[in-house]
Structures are given as structure tokens and as C-alpha cells.
Design a protein around this ligand. Structure first.
Ligand code: SF4
Ligand code: FES
Length: 261
């Protein structure tokens, strides 16, 4: 026997930013009431707008399950993954804007080029040590202290919420930004990598980790619970200690922090 489960309908008012850099001089907002199911996500509310009053609304999404990071936007002033955030968790009024600190392609879709360009500056590719045992290459033994430091890395989904939330990126667009520094740390502490010193120097330069004011915005907005702030603090400590390490002839990193993010 089929069982029908009735779901409450929500009628939020959704205000979205509209902007086409080809034709508009400045952004404007367009508001509409939409009907969505009680368990609808913010992304579902955007689809409702597209099906109804704003068929040409531009926004980005892909996986719809919180894995790809492409649907991040600013909702009521805070960065959110729109596919994984329920409308009812925000309230009856939603104001949706594109991510900050990035150029708008159209409406809610941004150009991520500056975000990835900053990442490229940190020497983001793994360079294995010449003496590396192939077994070690593929699997770092879990009983090694470095394992804890690496364990966080797969969580980052390149959503750019931290880049959008970072006040320093707003004030100083050349700043490397939280994601790139967080990822750099995971290579700096990887005992299989051969370019630790070079990488540490790169991310400790003028627009690198030492610029961070430790406001913690990136930590607050990261949908994966990562704390780039802690990673940056750790890079700062390593950069300050690096001359002493060189002096004493040590080249491998310190033991990982309790939260190795
Ligand atoms: S660190 Fe968090 S907020 Fe930043 S890109 Fe990765 S998942 Fe997104
Ligand atoms: S669509 Fe992939 S994380 Fe939201």
C-alpha cells in the first residue's frame, strides 16, 4: 500500500543579484516569492526562480550534493554552499549575491580565475623525493605523525568561500588567500615531497602567510569545517623558525599540530 507523505510548502521571498558586465553599469536586485518544499535547498529556490519569473538567471552548480564546490554564493551576507543549505535554515527572506572578491561573469556566477591563479603561485604540485620508496609514495603509513597533518587535505572542495570571506583579499587582492595557503601547508609537511624549503619561502613572501591578520573569517565560512586560519598560523611559525632550522641543519618539518587543518 502506497503511503503518501505530505510536505509543508515554504514561500520565501528570494532576492537575487542581477548583473551583466556587458550591458549593466552596476548590479541590481530582483525579488520574487517562490514556492518550494519544506526540505528545499537554496539551490532549489534558484531553480524555482529560473522555472518561473527569471528564466535567464545565471548561477553555477554541478554535483548538488556538497562535493564539487561550484554552487557557493553569499546568502544573507554569509558564504554558503547553496545545494547543501536548506531554505528553512535561513528564514523567510533570502538575499543571494555572488561570491565576493571575484569578478562577476553574470548574475550569481563568478570568474574563479584569480582564486586559482593565487593557488598556482604556491607551487601546488607534488614533487617526490628522489630517494622515495615507491611503497611510501602511494601510502604514507598511518603510524607516522605526518599522516595526521595530511589527513585534512581531501576535504577542501575549492569552493572559494574562504577567498570570498577573507577581508585581507578584499583589501589586498594580491594576497595569496586562505585556500592556497592551506593547501600549501599540506605539501610543506608532506615527508614525501622534495621542495619544502622552496615552497615555504614562496608562501612566506610579501603577499603570503605573514600578511594574515588571523581574523578567522575563512574558518567561519568553510563548508567543510577546515580552518585555513590554523594552517596559516602554522606556516607563520615554520617561516619564523626556518632560519634556525637551517642553522642547525634540520630540513624536515616539526610535528603536526593537534588540528592539522
Ligand atoms: S578551504 Fe574550505 S572554504 Fe576554502 S576552498 Fe576549501 S572547502 Fe572551500
Ligand atoms: S553543486 Fe556541488 S557543492 Fe553544491
Amino acid at each position: 500500500m502506497a503511503v503518501l507523505i505530505s510536505e509543508r510548502v515554504l514561500k520565501p521571498t528570494v532576492s537575487v543579484q542581477r548583473f551583466d558586465p556587458q550591458t549593466d553599469t552596476k548590479p541590481r536586485f530582483e525579488s520574487h516569492a517562490v514556492e518550494v518544499a519544506e526540505r528545499a535547498s537554496i539551490l532549489d529556490a534558484l531553480f524555482a526562480l529560473q522555472r518561473g519569473p527569471i528564466p535567464d538567471l545565471a548561477f553555477r552548480f554541478s554535483c548538488r550534493v556538497g562535493m564539487c564546490g561550484s554552487c557557493a554564493m553569499v546568502v544573507n551576507g554569509r558564504e554558503q554552499l547553496t545545494c547543501s543549505t536548506l531554505v528553512k535554515s535561513i528564514g523567510p527572506t533570502l538575499k543571494i549575491e555572488p561570491l565576493r572578491n571575484l569578478p562577476v561573469v553574470r548574475d550569481l556566477a563568478v570568474d574563479l580565475a584569480p582564486f586559482f591563479a593565487a593557488y598556482q603561485k604556491t607551487l601546488p604540485h607534488f614533487t617526490p623525493r628522489a630517494d622515495l620508496d615507491p611503497k611510501e609514495f602511494y601510502r604514507l603509513p598511518h603510524d607516522r605523525p605526518e599522516w595526521k597533518a595530511l589527513n585534512h587535505q581531501p576535504q577542501c572542495i575549492d569552493c572559494a568561500a574562504c577567498y570570498s570571506g577573507c577581508t585581507l583579499v578584499t583589501l589586498r587582492p594580491r594576497y595569496t588567500g586562505p585556500m592556497a595557503l592551506h593547501r600549501a601547508l599540506s605539501l610543506i609537511v608532506d615527508p614525501r615531497d622534495s621542495r619544502r624549503e622552496e615552497r615555504l619561502q614562496l608562501v612566506s613572501q610579501e603577499d603570503g602567510a605573514l600578511r594574515c591578520h588571523t581574523l578567522g573569517n575563512c574558518h567561519d565560512v568553510c563548508p567543510r569545517g577546515i580552518s585555513p586560519t590554523q594552517s596559516i598560523e602554522r606556516i607563520k611559525r615554520m617561516a619564523i623558525l626556518a632560519p634556525f632550522r637551517r642553522w642547525f641543519g634540520r630540513s624536515r618539518p616539526s610535528k603536526p599540530a593537534a588540528n592539522a587543518a
